[in-house]
Design a protein around this ligand. Structure first.
Ligand code: ZN
Length: 320
C-alpha cells in the first residue's frame, strides 16, 4: 500500500477534492443595523447591514463562491411572522440587491419563521393537548407565502427549514401556482434538534421563549426516522436534500445519498465555533482541521457544503 503513498504520487490518487463551486456561504442580513457587527460566539462571522450586501456578494463571487444562503433579521417581530413574507421585507430586498450586484450568484433563502416570531418558534404556535406548540397545518400557508415572496424577489432556491410535515409539498404547489416552476426546493429534510445550533441563535436572533424544538426537529438518536424524513420529502417534490448538522451525522448523510438526489451538508454554527475556539487557543491547526472536516463530508456523500468557512476555504484552495 505504501507505494501508492509515495510523495510525488499522492495527488494522483486523491479520491475526493473540495471544489469552491460546491460551497454555499450563509449570510445574515439585519434590518436594524447601519454597519456590520461581529457574532461573538462565531469569530469571523458578522451580521451585515442591508447597504453592505452588494459589496459582500461581489467579494464572495470574486473569491469563487457561487452560492449564498440568506437569513434575515427583521426590524419588528410579531406573533405570526408577517415580516417574513412582506414584499419589501429584509430578505426580499437583499435578494434583489444581490441579483443586481452579481447576476450570476445562486441565491438560496432560508424559509422559516423563527427569526420573525416574537416567541422564536419556527411556525405559528397555539394551544395543543400537550401545551403550547407549533401548529403544523396552520403554519404551512405561512411557509408557502414566505417561499413565494422569495421566489418573486428572484431567489433560485428556497430552503424550508421548519421541519413541518408536508411543507415541501405545500411549498411546491404554491410556487407552481404562482408561476415559479423553475425555483428549486432545498429541503432541510433531515434536521436534528442539535445542541450545535447555539451560536446561530445569537447570529440570527432566533432563540425561543418557551419549550424547545424537539416536537418538530429530529432526535439525534434516530437514524431510521431521519432517513424516512428525507424519503418523504423526495415524494413531496424536493429537488435537493440536506443533513444538518453535518459532521456528527455522516452515517445519515451516507444513507440519504442513496435516495438519488443531490445532498447538502450544513456545517453548523457549533461546528464552526468548536474549530475556531480550539484554533484560537492554538490547540489545533485551523486550516487542516477545516479542510479535513469538509473532505469527510464529501466522502460521506455531500454534493454541496454549507459552511461559515466558505470564503476562507476558497482562499485556501487558491493557495494550494
Ligand atoms: Zn426556524
Amino acid at each position: 500500500m505504501r507505494r501508492l503513498r509515495r510523495r510525488n504520487l499522492q495527488l494522483l490518487f486523491k479520491e475526493f477534492r473540495i471544489f469552491r463551486e460546491s460551497l454555499i456561504a450563509p449570510l445574515f442580513v439585519d434590518e436594524n443595523l447601519r454597519g456590520k457587527i461581529p457574532v461573538p460566539s462565531m469569530p469571523g462571522v458578522f451580521r451585515y447591514a442591508e447597504p453592505e450586501i452588494p459589496d459582500l456578494a461581489r467579494r464572495l463571487y470574486r473569491a469563487g463562491i457561487r452560492a449564498i444562503l440568506l437569513f434575515g433579521i427583521p426590524r419588528g417581530k410579531s406573533e405570526n411572522a408577517e415580516a417574513a413574507y412582506a414584499e419589501d421585507g429584509i430578505v426580499q430586498r437583499s435578494i434583489r440587491a444581490v441579483r443586481k450586484a452579481v447576476p450570476e450568484m445562486v441565491i438560496c433563502t432560508d424559509v422559516c419563521a423563527c427569526e420573525y416570531t416574537t416567541h422564536g418558534h419556527c411556525g405559528i404556535v397555539g394551544e395543543t393537548a400537550q401545551g403550547m406548540d407549533v401548529l403544523n397545518d396552520v403554519s404551512l400557508d405561512l411557509m408557502a407565502a414566505i417561499a413565494v415572496s422569495h421566489a418573486r424577489a428572484g431567489a433560485d432556491i428556497v430552503a424550508p427549514s421548519c421541519m413541518l410535515d408536508g411543507v415541501v409539498f405545500w411549498t411546491r404547489a404554491a410556487l407552481d401556482e404562482n408561476g415559479f416552476e423553475d425555483v428549486l426546493i432545498l429541503s432541510y429534510s433531515t434536521k436534528f434538534a442539535s445542541a450545535l445550533y447555539g451560536p446561530f441563535r445569537e447570529a440570527a436572533d432566533s432563540g425561543y421563549s418557551f419549550g424547545d424544538r424537539t416536537t418538530y426537529q429530529l432526535p439525534p438518536s434516530n437514524a431510521r426516522e431521519a432517513f424516512r424524513e428525507s424519503e418523504l420529502d423526495v415524494g413531496e417534490g424536493a429537488d435537493l436534500l440536506m443533513v444538518k448538522p453535518a459532521g456528527w451525522y455522516l452515517d445519515v448523510l451516507a444513507r440519504i445519498k442513496s435516495l438519488g438526489l443531490p445532498v447538502a451538508a450544513y456545517q453548523v454554527s457549533g461546528e464552526y465555533a468548536m474549530i475556531k475556539a480550539a484554533a484560537e487557543k492554538g490547540w489545533i491547526d485551523e486550516r487542516k482541521t477545516v479542510l479535513e472536516s469538509l473532505i469527510s463530508l464529501q466522502r460521506a456523500g455531500a454534493d454541496l457544503i454549507i459552511t461559515y468557512y466558505a470564503e476562507q476555504v476558497a482562499g485556501w484552495l487558491d493557495e494550494e
